[in-house]
Each structure stands twice: as structure tokens, then as C-alpha cells.
Design a protein. Sequence first.
Length: 301
Amino acid sequence: LAGIDTEWRKTQCMPREVCVDVGKEFGATTNTFFKPPCVSIYRCGGCCNSEGLQCMNVSTNYISKTLFEITVPLSHGPKPVTVSFANHTSCRCMSKLDVYRQVHSIIRRSLPATQTQCHMANKTCPKNHIWNNQICRCLAQHDFGFSSHLGDSDTSEGFHICGPNKELDEETCQCVCKGGVRPSSCGPHKELDRSSCQCMCKNKLLPASCGPNKEFDEDKCQCVCKKTCPKHQPLNPAKCICECIESPNKCFLKGKRFHHQTCSCYRPPCTVRTKRCDAGFYFSEEVCRCVPTYWKRPLMN
């Protein structure tokens, strides 16, 4: 039992002395090296009693270490630089949600009230990282953002840590849009604005750019025709003009003439009409002559 108790205490969540690679810690460029390449600091480590918990630091201070910085190609010899490292002072087993809330407050509480400028010059940070001039290191940029007035006393009943229209995904520990809104939910001509979780038009046009008789429709996110046409000249939405359904050519193929004012085909009356047709024939107004009776179209009810 004594051996079990000893092993239990050794593996608990607590600050442990570790060796940290300086280049990886700060995301140094590939042509920058430090000597010594590693430093000894304390970081939280150990096991928690539940798989849903992880060992996380709850307080941090920053310690300065002097190293040699070497830049290739060698324009000058190694130069001494003073670098600040995060040093974990206390740890606790926390859930993913607790870890999420802790990230911002740890940095805020750990910084002294009057922070001097870095001894180390501003460095070019790797992708998805940004230089922090207070703690003199590159910090990862998270997809989620914290409100400036989010304090230690915030609860789930108060201001939500993710802000409006968002909720926390406990699996990924990221702020996501409420209701499972995704880019595919926005439909054609729209895209998801991840900051506001609203579907926005991809290319918002000005009314003047839509052309004559058109205007920009906010719902459809495209220019639509607003022209009003008379009954006999229906709207052609593709051209946004009023067009006749009939044309001189169409009327000619029907054996009729085109009437421009009404956009319709008409048949002129016969100038000479035979008063009487032979048996088996009838007078056709279409061709203005006697034609066989069996040519006559049946009457439609």
C-alpha cells in the first residue's frame, strides 16, 4: 500500500520541471537558433481521476532567462537576449469548459500592473500566432474571442463567454454558431459571417450597378427586374424588357398578320366572298375560298 500511495502522489496533477525547446516555444523562424536550445521551467503535468478532466495551470508567473541568439546567415556573432517564459506555479484537474474560461484569466492575472517593454525585439511569428509585447512571445490565435469585460465572476447565467449567436462546443472547446448554422446553410449567393453567425450576401451590389429597371434584392442577393409591363407585352426577366409574345414571323407562319399596337396576330377579312359553295364544300375565312367540308375543324366544347 505504501508503494501505491507513493506512486499516486508522484503522478498527481502538479507543476513539474520540464525541458522546453526555445525555438518551438516561441515559433522562431527557421534561420534563428538559441544556445542553449532548451530551458528548464515548470509546467503542469500529471494524471486526473477522470478522462473528462485534464491537468491545467491555474496560476502562472513569467521568469526571464538569458540566452544566445544566432541568426543565419551570420552577419554578426551570437548576441545575448533576455526571454520571458511562462512558469506554472499551481495546477488543477479541470473540465474542458473550465479550461476554456481559464485561458484568458490566467494571462490577465499573471501580468504585472506595470509591464515594461520586451528586451527581445518583435519576432516574426508562425502562422496562426501573434506577437505579444507584454509577455514577449508568440501566442496562438484562437478562433474564439473573449469580451473585454469578461471577468472572473462571470457565470453561465451572465454574459456568455462566446458572445451573441454563439455557443460553446464542449467537444472541440471552440465557439460555434448556435443551432448548427454552417456555410452550407446559407444557400446560393450567400456566405456565413463567422463573427456574427449571419448569412450575408457574397457580393453586395449598389443599385446603380444593377442596370436600368433593376435593383438589388437583399433576400435573393442578386439584381432583380422591377419593370412593370402592359398586359399584351409580358416581361422578359432575362432582359428586363417588355416583349411581345407574337412577332411578324410567327404570325406569317400562322397565315396571319402582326398587329404592332396589340402585339397580336390577326386575320384580315376576305375582300371577296363567294355566296354559295358546291355540295361538299364550305367557305373558309382563313383562305377566303371554298374548301372541302372534311377540312373543317371540329368544334371544341
